[in-house]
Every structure is written in C-alpha cells, then in structure tokens.
Ligand binder design. Structure first.
Ligand SMILES: *Cc1c(COP(=O)(O)O)cnc(C)c1O
Length: 410
C-alpha cells in the first residue's frame, strides 16, 4: 500500500473506495505481493531441485490456493479438511503434503485414500501405519531437532518440551519400527517454529536433520519446514532468504553428493508468502479520552484479528483517512466485551470518529483465526488481482450465525 496523489492505494486500487464498496471491517489481499514473495523464495533456491508447499492454514481461501497452484507451488495441509480444500482447488494429490499433529489414525487413512503425501509426527501412529500399510504407501517422518527458535512460545514448535515431531533422540526406536514393519520412508521433515530471524538457526536444524536423513536410503525429498520471519514494522528486518538459500544449497548439495542421489529440497512457508500481502481495514467508532489514555475504539476486535492478544504480535496501524495528519498517541481497542487491545501508545496520524484505520501484515493467521464471538459476523475478504478488486468471501449474516443451530421446544 502506498500513498499516491494523497490517497492510499493497493496495486492501483484506492483503499477508501474499497471500504465504501465492501464495508468494514474488511480484509484485502494483493496477489502481486504474494507472487513477489513466492518468486523471491524460489529464486533463492534455484541452485538445487526445490519445491515450495504453501502452508494454507495461514490463509485458506480457495482463490488464494488456486493462485499459488498456478505459480507452481505445492500445498502444506494440517487437517483432512485442508486436504479436501486443496484437492478442490485443483492440486494433484502428490502436490499436497499432510502434516498434522495429534490426529487419529482414521484421519491418516482418509488422507491415504485421497492419495496425498503423509507426514507422520509420532511413533505410535507410525507403528499403526506400518502395521496397516507395510511398505505399500510411502511416508515422510517429522523429526524434532530440539532447538529453541521462534518469535513466541506458542509458535516455537521444535524445542525440547514441544508436542511436535519425533525426537531426534528417538531415532533408534524409529529405525527399529521402519525396519521391522518394512515402512518406506520417502522424506524427512522438520519445522521448528515461526518468526525465526537467524539463518544460523535454520542451518543448525538442517545439520541435525541431514544427519538423520543419511540412515534412510529411499528418500526423495527433505523438507525443512518454515519459520521465515517477515517485516512487521517500517524498516523492520526479515529472514535473509537469499543468504539462507546460498548457504543451504551448498550444504544440501554436499549432502546429496555423499548420499549418492540428487534429492529435492522442500519448504512449507505460510507467513512469508501471504503476511505482507494482507490489509485489514476497520472504522473508528469512538474516540474516548480517559484520565490516562486516548482510546480509539474500532468496529472490530479479537474476534476478527486475535494475533495481538494471542501472540503479542505487532501490526502496524495507519490512518487511511488522514494520510497527511500529524501524529498523536493512541491506544487502539476492539469492541468485544473483554480487553482486546490491538496496540498501546501507538503514534498514528490524528484520528477522528468514522476514520478508516488499516492493520498491516493481515494476510497470515488473521482471517483464518477469525470467529463469531459476541455473535459478530466474520468480515468480507477481497482479492486484488491485476489492478482489479474481487470479492472472495461475503460478509456473514444472521442466517450464518443460526445455520447450524437446531431450535427445539423446551
Ligand atoms: C504452520 C506451519 C507452517 C507454516 O509456518 P509459517 O511460519 O506460517 O511459515 C509450516 N509447516 C507446518 C508443519 C506448520 O504447522
């Protein structure tokens, strides 16, 4: 989003016009940014056979899935419903990887029936899988390298206390199961968390994973998960994917030479591909000055954007209605009957009631985490593609809230 001739525009589309046409609160995504991020990442790994699987839990609208499919991306899924969405979006089963945590063996069997790639993250399910399928259906193994990384404890998933993956200290047991049940291991995988800034953390994890990979002779790919950090503030730093690409390509190629075969390097980014493509617009309902604070109360809350309350995430906020205004200090709060603070003591261009505010980095884990708390409707979603706005999700109505409720006579 840029200011052009005094107006905020997203790829040439006027932001205030979008809010007028579709109402607020409103999620808007720009395919130009998604494409730029996808190309940046694939370019960084062009020196080796690579594949990016878009982690669709970040933003799961079917149009977004199709957009990534058309760019050549695969799909990373964490539930059987995401698998079904991916198939409906037109992904070939082999381009979908199912990486669930703590699901039943029944759900894994469904994924096998759909023909997608399966990533197993615990020994109990692996043992059931091996007993049931033997070597007839290949699997990928999710390992936990036990490194502490990530922006917040809720999104750090590779550390020692984490529920994710098979511990690298359990590889003896793992090998025992694989051998005795004849399991065919086609991939090994790790995912250590989100918002990892340090390239060396990735390399350290990669080293541990490659060490385990040596023991599996039938590999086709090695999946290094995700966790790339994006910029949240103006001039914020992000993961240097170019440096990462260069260093990992070198390590990976050396590994392949030693392994005796060229394997594919895979990643499953969510946030990196869509976070910065998204904007969340809301309207200021009330300016409330208390003895201590100037609150800007907006027409949305933690029901539509929970990341600031759940992860302490920073979302940059701009007053789209007052691009040239002078900065003043505000605490931006939602309309939910809990303390749902989006930002405290934030400098924002002077705000009046009815002004439109914009939250940045609203592409990943924002709409997909929205809910109906306080019986509010979920917002509409709009996709900007080639300079044109398209409605891709309608705002909910009262009928949606009641759709699955069954009225009984008491
Ligand atoms: C959530 C998740 C991702 C995506 O993480 P980002 O930080 O959004 O890139 C990748 N892989 C797995 C297994 C995940 O659960």
């Amino acid at each position: 989003m840029q200011i052009t001739e005094g107006n905020y525009q997203i790829s040439g589309v006027n932001a205030l016009d979008l809010c007028k046409e579709y109402g607020t609160p409103l999620y808007v995504y720009d395919t130009a940014k998604m494409e730029a991020q996808y190309k940046r990442l694939t370019k960084a790994f062009k020196g080796t056979k690579h594949k990016m699987n878009y982690a669709c839990k970040a933003l799961s609208n079917i149009n977004v899935l199709r957009f990534f499919k058309d760019l050549g991306s695969g799909l990373d899924t964490v539930s059987i419903q995401e698998v079904q969405l991916g198939l409906k979006a037109g992904f070939a089963p082999d381009d979908i990887i199912f990486t669930p945590n703590g699901v039943s063996f029944e759900e894994i069997k469904k994924a096998v029936d759909f023909g997608v790639r399966i990533n197993i993250d615990n020994l109990s399910i692996l043992e059931q899988f091996g007993s049931y399928y033997g070597g007839t259906y290949p699997v990928c193994i999710r390992l936990n390298p036990h490194i502490m990384a990530g922006g917040n404890i809720k999104i750090s998933v590779g550390h020692i206390d984490s529920k994710f993956g098979i511990s690298i200290h359990q590889t003896r047991h793992l090998e025992r199961l694989v051998k005795s049940l004849g399991i065919k291991v086609e991939g090994v995988h790790m995912h250590t968390g989100s918002d990892i800034l340090d390239v060396d953390v990735f390399l350290q994890g990669a080293d541990l994973l490659l060490n385990v990979a040596r023991d599996f002779p039938d590999l086709k790919y090695i999946d290094f998960g995700s966790g790339f950090k994006v910029a949240y503030k103006p001039n914020d730093i992000s993961t240097d994917v170019e440096e990462l690409g260069k260093k990992m390509t070198k390590i990976f190629k050396e590994f392949c030479a030693e392994y005796g075969r060229e394997l594919e390097i895979e990643f499953e980014p969510g946030k990196f591909l869509v976070s910065e493509s998204g904007y969340f617009f809301c309207k200021v309902n009330v300016i409330k000055q208390t003895t201590a604070t100037v609150f800007a109360g907006v027409d949305t809350g933690m029901n539509h954007l929970i990341r600031p309350m759940f992860y302490d995430s920073y979302h940059h906020i701009e007053n789209v209605s007052n691009p040239a205004g002078k900065k003043r200090v505000y605490t931006v709060v939602g309309y939910i009957c809990e303390t749902d603070t989006f930002a405290s003591d934030r400098q924002i261009n002077e705000i009046k009631e009815d002004d439109i505010l914009c939250f940045r980095n609203a592409g990943a884990y924002c709409f997909t985490m929205a809910n109906n708390y306080n019986s509010r409707y979920k917002p509409a979603e709009v996709l900007i593609h080639k300079g044109k706005a398209h409605l891709i999700t309608k705002r909910q109505t009262l009928d949606d809230l009641l759709a699955n409720q069954v009225e009984i006579k008491l």
